[in-house]
Design a protein around this ligand. Structure first.
Ligand code: LLP
Length: 435
């Protein structure tokens, strides 16, 4: 945290709001976003494009975190969004986000989803596989519509990240394989489809990537592909969508580049390659999710019980855990926390921060240095804004937390805490009668 994030009461502040007061007012666990930080990161991305003088779109990958207010915020910032389901599409549209600035992704889009996209006037459909080309073709015929498409290709690049979140390597469930000629075959099919307007190519090499090399390789491969298609088919690529994946700092051991610096390198790589191969530089689109919302999110928990295992370690339990943040249990992801009611206090011990879920693996943080704590203290886990709430579950029938946007000292509840009644409302009695 920054030094200016401690107020005169000695408490952590988020978006100018006292974190302890937020915990009192909204209860815990609560996910608090510093909305100014979200906007600043979006602006940094936009600036790097304008500085390099290229056409662009910043498409927020809304799988990282989506609620109505977030869709409205990114709409205000003139972003595009990446949606991957009927749910994301519908919530975004309900929030007033124009379908024309959405790109629809997914490796198994249903006919219903494609129909909804097409009849809503979706901006772009990212074609992922041959089945989908056929399905979309039928639906366009049926609905008498036209649509812009991009071809998602697997560039054959393995970025160094967790195996579960790698996507660009050859053996991936996503996209058309490049080397074997699948991508070219897909292009031939799409060019024949009068109702599909071939906008360009897409690749996404993975998530939480720290090295530049993967992005440089990706940029070059995409340009090479565009150049070969231009030569062979006279087809001019209008958009190169390079996906997201820009790594963020979760702990003090992480030292990534700033997200916009990754993008700067990608832009320069693409410009250099296009000029080398003598083709026009297409518009460059990016799809960052984590880097826009991750660092802006803080999970506030109340400290409860404690177990000291003699001679081994201590477990300090909080009132949330793997239900609201599965990442430590699923990916061995690392986080850091501060004591929100006294972030400046000196650490006196190292503990495992445990969740409240019935699973031994529900440890939010291993070996967190902390000052002396007591039940009722507020713990803030940092950088939890991406893939926390969006991957939350109701394990143990724990309701999902509330979400608050904080800016300039003003806190706004943007998603209310789930209630047990919300879950009960889905159920029927044993005899099938209404509950
Ligand atoms: N574009 C596409 C096509 C994607 O599949 C993804 C992420 C993104 C953009 C955004 O990537 P980002 O900038 O957020 O890295 N649940 C995992 C991450 C899964 C990412 C899936 N695709 C996690 O918690 O680490």
């Amino acid at each position: 945290i920054e030094n200016n994030q401690i107020n005169s009461a000695g408490h952590l502040t988020i978006g100018g709001c006292d974190a302890v007061e937020l915990a009192n007012e909204f209860g815990t666990p609560v996910l608090v976003y510093d909305t100014a930080a979200i906007k600043t990161q979006i602006r940094h991305f936009q600036e790097v494009f304008t500085q390099n003088d290229v056409d662009y779109a910043v498409c927020y990958a809304s799988k990282a975190f989506a609620n109505t207010a977030m869709y409205q915020l990114v709409n205000q910032m003139d972003c595009h969004i990446d949606v991957v389901s009927e749910g994301e599409m519908k919530m975004a549209m309900h929030a007033g986000f124009p379908a024309s600035r959405m790109t629809f992704h997914g490796n198994n889009k249903s006919a219903e989803e494609l129909r909804l996209a097409v009849t809503s006037g979706i901006g772009v459909i990212a074609l992922d596989n041959f089945h989908e080309i056929q399905l979309l073709s039928q639906i366009l015929e049926e609905t008498n519509q036209q649509v812009d498409v991009i071809l998602r290709i697997t560039p054959g690049i393995s970025a160094h990240t967790h195996e579960y979140i790698q996507t660009g390597q050859v053996d991936s469930k996503f996209g058309f394989d490049l080397e074997s000629g699948q991508a070219e075959e897909a292009l031939q099919l799409v060019l024949k489809e009068e109702r599909m307007n071939m906008l360009g190519v897409h690749a996404h090499i993975g998530s939480q990537i720290f090295e530049l090399a993967g992005f440089e390789g990706e940029g070059e491969k995409l340009v090479d592909l565009a150049a070969s298609w231009e030569k062979k088919y006279g087809y001019q690529t209008k958009v190169l969508n390079v996906g997201g994946g820009f790594g963020i700092r979760y702990t003090s051991d992480d030292r990534p580049l700033a997200p916009q610096d990754f993008v700067n390198t990608i832009i320069k790589t693409i410009k250099a390659r296009t000029s080398e191969l003598g083709i026009a530089t297409p518009a460059i689109w990016i799809e960052p999710g984590r880097s826009i919302v991750g660092p802006a999110g803080y999970s506030l928990y109340t400290v409860g019980s404690r177990k000291d295992v003699p001679g081994i370690r201590s477990y300090l339990a909080v009132d949330g855990g793997m239900g609201d943040n599965i990442r430590p249990a699923l990916y061995d992801a690392k986080y850091e926390a501060v004591l929100a009611n006294n972030p400046a206090a000196e650490a006196v011990e190292t503990v495992h921060v445990a969740g409240k879920f019935c699973e031994s693996g529900d440890i939010l943080i291993q070996e967190q240095a902390l000052p002396a704590t007591k039940p009722g203290d507020i713990l803030a886990v940092l950088n939890t804004g991406a893939y926390g709430y969006s991957m939350a579950s109701n394990y143990n029938l724990n309701p999902k937390p509330a979400i608050v946007f904080a800016e300039n000292g003003k806190a706004t509840l943007v998603t209310r805490r789930e209630r047990i009644e919300d879950l009960e409302a889905l159920d029927f009695n044993l005899d099938g009668s209404s509950n």
